[in-house]
Design a protein around this ligand. Structure first.
Ligand SMILES: C[S@@+](CC[C@H](N)C(=O)[O-])C[C@H]1O[C@@H](n2cnc3c(N)ncnc32)[C@H](O)[C@@H]1O
Length: 132
């Protein structure tokens, strides 16, 4: 399972609480913000036993751009709760880091559009995406 823009890992924790029957072999958490990654690691490790996880990987990544090649066609569940506050500026690609992580660009959907352009490179043929 992949959690994109994982923040403090709350979406993954909530998802796993509600789907205790699932066996998640490997949870990959990624975010552009290093502080968020540190928090998510602490939170997920805290719940690790309860949720039957074998493996956790934490990666600093701008959307999926920095995910290693080994994750190509790897995931069958993807979670994403990305910034969605509309703004007057485009934020695609190069401007993401300069502008910050609070909004989702024009109409608030730019991050999601960019995410979906690359998503199937990293998913299996059949996969489920849960978006907040
Ligand atoms: C609204 S918070 C949600 C956090 C978490 N998913 C949750 O549901 O609690 C959005 C997160 O997306 C991250 N983010 C923003 N832009 C990003 C990008 N380009 N790539 C990866 N993560 C990003 C932020 O750092 C932040 O942690």
């Amino acid at each position: 399972m992949l959690d994109v823009g994982c923040g403090a890992g709350i979406f993954s924790i909530e998802f796993m609480m509600k789907n205790k029957h699932l066996k998640i072999n490997h949870l990959v958490l990624c975010d552009i913000d290093e502080n968020a990654l540190a928090n998510s690691f602490q939170n997920i490790v805290y719940y690790k036993e309860m949720f039957n996880l074998d493996k956790i990987t934490i990666i600093k990544s701008n959307l999926l751009k920095d995910l290693p090649f080994k994750f190509k066609n790897y995931f069958d569940v993807v979670l994403a709760n990305m910034p969605q506050t509309p703004s007057k500026q485009r934020i695609r690609s190069k401007l993401l880091i300069e502008i910050g992580d609070k909004h989702g660009g024009l109409l608030g959907i730019e991050l999601y559009c960019e995410l979906f352009e690359d998503l199937t490179k990293f998913t299996k043929t059949e996969f489920k995406t849960y978006i907040l």
